[in-house]
Design a protein around this ligand. Structure first.
Ligand code: GLN
Length: 552
């Protein structure tokens, strides 16, 4: 029988529920339990696909094309297994389902209410992944903070599930904050007590408390928290601020979060997991032998979470290369022909980020031009690849008005244009080319050498594509479409022959990089940055950056 662990949050947001849930899942997985994690988000959007990255950070895409919360990225990076559409549910999706059923007449004239109809649908989805004996343990992270009005139906659903399934099959871990008051030199437990009290008022009591803290929790304090929050003393877990999110599983193991969870669920604890590969990774991450600086050119760079998966992929790839990757954020909106050299002269490599719309687009093109002309390793992802094609058209093919129809619908040099099957679509949500697609690589390409195979599949999230009418022109001039979709012929990867590392990909490799399986393109890109740095150290400056602009 599948057992359920719910992770709730109290006192404040941003305590790292996703990381705690993923760390616990990792430990349970390492102990031999088939474990998965899902996230329930209390907002009304049906999925985060239509959200601006400034709202909740990056939108993470799964193999099956679900646009999900970025925490699912953590789940995959930690567990090294795929999640799916079923792993992320929002209030919007729940209401949409219930309302559709009501319109079909499925409720037979009953009044449709939050309790029982919405809570029943929440419970159905909470236990969906537990069916068919697929998993021993399903961890469910509840978004939001206890006390929010919109969280109430979820708390009630968990209360009912706990009652139906019994305390041995269903436990609640509450993540909370124990603030340290510098002036009083004291750790304070009151906010935690209040948050647990608020939960109890809704009929739900946590079984385990994970306490985020800047200072260690001494024994008496743990006892006090246990007493006033009505949990056993061994169920008060200290979660000290960590130097990296990747050390949290080991910290949680030290604090025995996995052991206590298993005991409360009546499952055998077994032997302590070794996590050998994880520890090796952490070691390399903590003690790098070199450092490279990579420019991340995007328009959401002020917000760390907007490019979460890219930043994590750099961490994984850096560890493989035993090299610290310092990411220098460069706002594309403020990058111009005049200042590109000054802003980019000390970069070892350049990554142009995915994105939508025209804000900052000319800056991205300028960054690509700088990287191409100065032979700096370049990696373009999705919009980054599309703009690499636009840059090449403008400055190498002499097509001065080249653009993507996303930014200029009227150009007659549309080297990037909307996919045919996208043209009829009017709805925004869930309508892009999404999820995993096959790609065949030219055997003699750099990409094939990096992947070590010519058949790959990668995840997509876009509406526009390379326009194959221009394919021959590109090939003749040295930008080669080395990866194509075998069914549709859509160009998925471009490379420039005469360049140490110039790769643009229409897909999102960052979504598939995990601690135990760092993405080969990121690994090769960081390696190329190292080589570029060494070469640069040999010579003092970049080759001249010509400021000529080709007129169309
Ligand atoms: N805006 C581009 C498109 O829709 C690129 C999308 C992206 O970078 N994810 O095709």
């Amino acid at each position: 029988m599948t057992k359920y662990i719910f992770v709730t949050g109290g006192v404040t947001s941003s305590l790292g529920k996703g990381i705690i849930a993923a760390s616990l899942a990792k430990l349970l997985q390492a102990r031999g339990f088939r474990t998965t994690i899902q996230k329930f988000d209390p907002y009304i959007n049906v999925d985060p696909g239509t959200l601006n990255p400034y709202e909740h950070g990056e939108c993470y895409v799964t193999e099956d094309g679900a646009e999900t919360d970025l925490d699912l990225g953590h789940y995959e990076r930690y567990l090294n297994t795929f999640t799916s559409q079923a792993n992320n549910v929002t209030t919007g999706r729940i209401y949409q389902y219930v309302i559709n059923k009501e319109r079909e007449g499925a409720y037979l004239g009953k009044t449709v209410q939050v309790i029982p109809h919405i809570t029943d649908e929440i419970k159905r989805r909470m236990t969906l992944l537990g069916q068919n004996n697929q998993y021993d343990i399903v961890i469910t992270e509840l978004g939001g903070t206890v006390g929010d009005i919109e969280s109430l139906p979820y708390i009630e659903a968990v209360r009912q599930l706990k009652w139906e399934k019994g305390d041995q099959n269903c436990i609640v871990i509450h993540l909370t904050l124990i603030p340290y008051l510098k002036a009083a030199k004291e750790l304070k437990t009151k906010p935690t007590q209040h948050s647990v009290k608020m939960m109890s008022e809704n009929g739900l009591n946590p079984d385990i408390l994970v306490c985020r803290t800047e200072e260690p929790l001494y024994k008496d304090l743990k006892r006090k928290i246990a007493l006033f929050c009505n949990v056993t003393q061994d169920a008060v877990i200290e979660a000290l601020d960590a130097d990296t999110i990747y050390s949290v599983p080991l910290e949680m193991m030290r604090e025995k979060l996995d052991v206590i969870s298993l005991q409360k669920l009546g499952l055998p604890v077994g032997e302590e997991p070794q996590l050998i590969r994880w520890k090796e990774f952490l070691n390399k991450l903590r003690y790098p032998k070199s450092k490279v600086t990579i420019g991340l050119i995007g328009k959401y760079v002020e917000l760390q979470d907007a490019y979460k998966s890219i930043l994590e992929a750099f961490i994984h790839a850096g560890a493989v290369n035993e090299c610290k990757v310092e990411v220098k954020n460069i706002h594309s909106e403020f990058l111009t022909v005049e200042n590109a050299a000054e802003k980019m002269h000390n970069l070892d490599a350049v990554l142009v980020a995915p994105g939508f719309g025209s804000r900052g687009i000319e800056g991205k093109i300028e960054a690509i031009r700088f990287a191409r002309e100065n032979k700096i390793p370049f990696f373009g992802i999705c919009l980054g690849m599309q703009m690499a094609c636009v840059e090449f058209a403008r400055y190498v093919l002499g097509l001065g008005k080249a653009h993507s129809t996303e930014m200029n619908a009227d150009t007659d040099q549309a080297v990037i244009c909307m996919m045919e099957d996208q043209k009829q679509i009017t709805q925004m949500g869930g309508t892009m080319r999404l999820g995993s697609y096959d790609c065949e690589l030219n055997a003699n390409s750099k990409a094939a050498a990096i992947y070590g195979t010519t058949h790959i599949n990668e995840r997509h999230r876009h509406r526009y594509e390379f326009n194959n009418d221009f394919l021959e022109m590109y090939e003749k001039a040295g930008m080669i479409p080395v990866g194509k979709n075998p069914k549709t012929g859509l160009v998925e990867i471009v490379e420039i022959e005469d360049h140490p590392f110039f790769i643009g990909v229409q897909f999102h490799p960052e979504y598939k990089s995990t601690v135990e399986n760092p993405h080969p393109l990121f690994v090769a890109f960081v390696a190329a940055a190292k080589v570029a740095q060494e070469a640069r150290n040999g010579q003092s400056e970049h080759p001249m950056y010509e400021q000529s602009v080709v007129e169309g």
